[in-house]
Design a protein around this ligand. Structure first.
Ligand SMILES: [Zn+2]
Length: 656
């Protein structure tokens, strides 16, 4: 492992807190050191109060911040003197400890300080860095991990047996540090948890961390336990229907819709097909705080009932031994390992699934290296339970934020690269759904760079392309819960007498046939939607009130409307709702070129401006207006409505 320190980069950061920000980010950049909110850092700074008195402030990473992206305001400024007084108490509960720390901060708006704050405060050095380095975890999660750690570090690190993070651990570390620390001591290893380094400057503390972790890497390498990989694997047979069925079962178990992301790679397949998988995967996480994301063990195979029974047994065994009554979390697994598809990660949002997948990817390394070293051995289930059911996590659970309306659900929008489709993707993302966009235009692929969006280039009139794109979507997110049939074409104004058959057929192919294909192909997935499937058809004012010169368009949209009404009748029994919006004169879409607009305005003897607001309310209808209505139609407001047609046209005399 190499130090990422650069004098040129460091110059941009001012003062001790600035450099604390810089080296924290350097740690965060390396995922083999810390993952998603893991690890923490601190610095002790002398400052003058408003009254001119000098005090030492402990700036420690606040909860909710990632080291990789931390800013100065991500550090909680706590009065060090108070932290040190607290450390003298014979005991302190976790909620009271957090209360004491929060009430002794210098900034009211600062985040709650890390649970490891007292430990940071008790370390005499100015800078303290703490990570959950893969290499160190690989060594400590073995049968004789402690002996090996002592062999690697000698006097350089004080070695602490596993204790749950919090007050007792901080006190114990301080005592051990005083008793066993020497002038050569530059760090501390917490068995089965992670590693600390210290220094008088940000650079010294950071580079000591790199040096200490490198020693563990070199040790693993010397034992042929560093470059490990699963050598053999047979190709996966991931199947979209099976995946959606599993996701439905997991969602029912969790009591809320979950996103389920498959990762079928050589690595995950090789691991899931490992001959010893039952032994090595069922022991526990690499470091206890992963349990919050991944649960204690992955599910092997797809027998959800068996996993749930085992989870209930684990809860039933450990909950009665806890000091306070515990509320059982949902028993659905968050990691699934299966020889057929490798790994699948479950979570409340697409972002959660990415985090779960990444954590487990590192867990695979830790397990395989520990195996090469003599045998992976995780912490006892009781220790993992204590972290999973830790007071403060339970408190968060009771408070519970209100999840977003479509959290855990998946929306598919066709014609999503521009206009109403693009706005619909935004409306669904804003409501917490994962969104899939299909479009002919390649720009769909880069429409949003975020984990909850998947843009796929797809000609919706081509069955092979639709099937392949749907499969990708389902494997990425677990299913299709909401479908917005938006892709359409509006051919140039032409009287029937002059209408070429080709033009008529093209309108029918895109506006009608493609939607039949999409409905038919999505039906099995909509049927599996945890909250019931929903379809929104983007119709047209031309359905109830057609205009001359638009026969192909109006006839194709009218036929689609009829198709939707029949689907409402046929699919009600499957819990699928289908409703139609009839927009009119939405001019910020790809259909309306300047030329078409001018032509239509002329036909009605109006200026373009008059034509745009030519409705009862004299208002302009935008893509966003239509998209928001489409999204709402998938929500609870329309829960009892199917087969409806709602105009979104500013009021049209011929429709009214
Ligand atoms: Zn830690």
């Amino acid at each position: 492992m190499k130090s990422l320190w650069s004098d040129r980069e460091a110059e941009q950061f001012r003062g001790d807190l600035g450099l604390r920000v810089y080296t924290s980010r350097l740690l965060g950049r390396d995922k083999s050191l810390v993952l998603h909110g893991g690890g923490n850092t601190s610095v002790k700074i002398r400052e003058k109060t408003l009254f001119g008195e000098e005090e030492t402030i402990l700036y420690v990473k606040g909860s909710g911040w990632d080291l990789e992206t931390i800013e100065p305001q991500g550090f909680s400024p706590v009065l060090l003197a108070h932290v040190l007084r607290l450390a003298e108490l014979p005991s302190l509960s976790d909620p009271e400890m957090v209360n004491q720390l929060v009430t002794h901060m210098l900034k009211a708006a600062a985040p709650a300080p890390s649970i490891e704050t007292i430990l940071h405060g008790l370390m005499p050095q100015k800078f303290v860095d703490h990570t959950h380095a893969d290499a160190v975890l690989s060594v400590t999660n073995t049968r004789d991990g402690e002996r090996r750690i002592r062999e690697i570090y000698g006097k350089r690190c004080v070695v602490i047996p596993y204790l749950i993070p919090g007050f007792d651990l901080a006190q114990f570390c301080a005592k051990e540090f005083r008793a066993r620390g020497t002038k050569d001591t530059v760090g501390m290893v917490l068995l089965n948890h992670g590693i600390f380094s210290f220094g008088e400057t940000a650079r010294e503390s950071y580079e000591r961390m790199i040096e200490l972790v490198t020693l563990a890497e070199e040790y693993l390498d010397s034992k042929r336990a560093w470059s490990v990989s699963t050598k053999h694997f047979t190709a996966g047979t991931a199947d979209a229907n099976a995946h959606a069925t599993l996701r439905r079962k997991l969602s029912d178990t969790a009591g809320v819709p979950l996103i389920l992301k498959t990762a079928s790679t050589e690595r995950t397949l090789g691991f899931a097909q490992h001959p010893e998988i039952a032994r090595i995967s069922q022991q526990g996480p690499a470091t206890p705080d992963h349990v919050i994301r991944t649960k204690r063990t992955p599910m092997l195979g797809t027998d959800v009932d068996r996993y749930v029974a085992e989870y209930c047994r684990y809860f039933g065994e450990h909950a009665p031994k806890a000091k306070e009554p515990k509320t059982m979390l949902d028993p659905a697994p968050r990691v699934v390992l299966d020889p057929a598809f490798g790994l699948a990660a479950a979570g409340r949002t697409a972002k959660d699934t990415v985090i779960v997948e990444e954590i487990y990817d590192h867990t695979i390394d830790v397990i395989l290296r520990a195996e090469a070293l003599g045998g992976f051995q995780a912490l006892a289930p009781k220790d993992i339970f204590d972290v999973e059911y830790w007071d403060l996590e339970q408190a968060k659970l009771k408070k519970g934020g209100k999840p977003q309306a479509f959290s855990g659900e998946v929306a598919l929008v066709t014609g999503a690269a521009s206009g109403i489709g693009k706005a619909a993707v935004e409306a669904f993302l804003a409501r917490g759904a994962a969104a899939v966009g299909f479009d002919l235009d390649a720009k769909i692929e880069s429409l949003h760079a975020r984990p909850d969006f998947l843009g796929l280039r797809c000609d919706v009139t081509d069955e092979t392309q639709v099937r392949s794109a749907l499969e990708k979507a389902v494997l990425a997110f677990g299913g299709i819960d909401m479908l917005v049939l938006n892709a359409g074409i509006f051919t140039a104004s032409r009287k029937i007498a002059d209408l070429p058959t080709e033009e008529w057929r093209k309108a029918m192919a895109v506006n009608l046939d493609a939607n039949l294909l999409l409905m038919r192909t999505c039906h099995p997935f909509l049927k599996l939607a945890p909250r019931g499937g929903r379809v929104v058809v983007i119709g047209s004012k031309n359905v109830p009130a057609p205009g001359p010169g638009a026969s192909a368009y109006s006839a194709s949209k009218a036929a689609l409307n009829q198709l939707a009404r029949i689907a409402a009748l046929e699919w009600g029994a499957d819990g699928i709702r289908i409703n139609t919006v009839h927009p009119n004169a939405v001019f910020d879409t790809g259909l309306w070129t300047e030329e078409v607009l001018a032509q239509r305005a002329k036909q009605y003897a109006m200026t373009v401006e008059q034509y745009k607001t030519n409705n009862v309310l004299k208002t302009q209808v935008g893509s966003r207006d239509v998209a928001e209505l489409a999204a709402e139609m998938c929500g609870p407001l329309f829960a009892k409505t199917t087969g409806a047609q709602v105009p979104v046209d500013g009021g049209n005399e011929r429709v009214i």
